[in-house]
Design a protein around this ligand. Structure first.
Ligand code: APR
Ligand code: PHB
Length: 389
């Protein structure tokens, strides 16, 4: 097989890059390790920056998103029982969009299939060769058959557990990592959201978040211990704990119901440098992870896609490789800003097991600064709605 760009991984990064390139007449093959149903059953965050929505539009895949999304002009923060708003519109003249990442990925799959562009599911044992010189070759197995594709470039969009990052020799890459001493227990329930805007709550019992997917589908999270098991958390216990962490006025309004999904995720920050090795380019979770506080995971993946797409277009349309050579530097510059924001927001809103009373007072002072200082609110709002590309 022969193609222009092999995209490893059919998550949102790989699929969006694929559709953008396809629209410009650049041929791609997507290799996905799982089945389509498996990919579309993964529950992920649901807040899109403006830039993410714009790129979905540019890829011609924003029809359903534009119809079904909610626009949020602000978010609530609470500290113990007190609540205040960070107004995005006032501080940035912008907003964020609520639309589930799973739905966004489904739209990308539907569009790719309608366009007849190639996706190979259940591609096993992907091996990437010859990226340092000449034309790369990607080997893989499907149904026990060995296959290979020659291409101009490889986009490594295969997430944190993928093969692309590991393909870059250890001597050529560095990883910067931080793990946090807690996780998030999340549930999805077919109940109306407790509030029109998201609520990020800092409480003495730990962090909680009230989010949503649509008018009758809510997503809630509570900070939990890393040793907690999903089976030990009944729905009843979850709702009870959530109510104790959010302001009373909201707890009184909370509509509870059976969970339709429940899972625990650890929190981590990780960045790989550089994000390029020869003709292999890393995108999204393959190169970096953020803790979910602030919902930067997908949005940062999309900014990588933006820079890589620009570089590939310049190469194929103008014969210029300068933008591709600058890919890693450009992408990383924005990645580190998103990492900083996610780390700052995580540190601010969670209870750390070894936290001293002084540390708690510092968190409280910083939250009150956000409540009282318009400049602090503006910085938070700019980061939350998404920094420019
Ligand atoms: N070969 C082929 N496909 C692979 C391989 C492999 N060796 N390893 C992983 N994959 C696939 C996974 O099955 C998954 O579908 O790559 C895809 C990677 O998708 P994501 O993990 O969703 O990563 P990405 O597309 O970069 O999306 C980033 O999604 O994971 C969230 O928090 C993250 O919101 C962020 C966004
Ligand atoms: C979600 O809706 O799942 C969500 C929203 C905001 C976050 C994290 C997750 O910061």
């Amino acid at each position: 097989m022969l193609t222009q760009v092999v995209i490893i991984g059919g998550g949102p990064s790989g699929m969006l890059l694929g559709q953008l390139l396809h629209k410009q007449g650049i041929e791609t093959v997507v290799l996905e390790r799982q089945t389509r149903d498996y990919v579309l059953s993964r529950i992920r965050a649901g807040i899109l920056e403006r830039g993410t929505v714009e790129l979905m539009r540019q890829a011609g895949v924003a029809g359903r998103l534009d119809c079904e999304c909610f626009i949020h002009d602000g978010t609530l923060l609470s500290f113990n029982n007190q609540c205040f708003q960070i107004n995005f519109r006032k501080h940035t003249n912008s907003s964020v969009v609520v639309y589930g990442q799973t739905e966004l990925t489904r739209d990308l799959y539907d569009d790719r299939e309608a366009a007849g562009a190639k996706i190979i599911f259940e591609a096993q044992n992907v091996i990437i060769e010859d990226v340092e010189r000449g034309s790369p070759k990607v080997n893989f197995n499907v149904n026990g058959q060995l296959q290979s594709i020659r291409c101009d470039f490889v986009a490594g969009c295969d997430g944190f557990h993928g093969v692309s990052r590991q393909t870059i020799p250890k001597s050529k890459r560095r990883e910067f990592e931080k793990t946090y001493p807690f996780g998030w227990l999340g549930i999805l329930s077919e109940t109306p959201p407790v509030n029109e805007e998201l609520v990020y709550a800092h409480s003495e019992r730990g962090f909680a978040l009230c989010s949503m997917r649509n008018r009758n589908l809510s997503r809630y999270y509570i900070q939990c211990s890393l040793s907690d098991k999903v089976k030990d958390w009944t729905d009843l216990n979850f709702w009870d704990e959530l109510k104790r962490r959010i302001p009373e006025s909201l707890a009184d309004l909370l509509v509870v119901g059976p969970s339709v999904e429940k899972s625990i995720a650890p929190l981590r920050s990780l960045v790989t440098e550089p994000m390029q090795w020869g003709r292999l380019f890393l995108c999204g979770d393959a190169a970096h992870i953020v803790p979910p506080t602030g919902a930067k995971g997908l949005n940062t993946a999309v900014s990588d896609v933006y820079y890589l797409f620009q570089g590939l277009i310049r190469y194929y349309q103008d014969g210029e490789s300068g933008d591709l050579e600058k890919y890693s530097e450009r992408a990383l510059s924005r990645v580190w800003k998103a990492e900083r924001f996610s780390w700052w927001f995580t540190k601010l809103m969670h209870r750390f097991p070894d936290q001293s009373e002084f540390d708690q007072k510092m968190q409280q002072a910083e939250i009150f600064q956000l409540r009282d200082n318009a400049n602090a609110q503006a910085v938070m709002a700019q980061n939350y709605v998404g920094l420019p590309y």
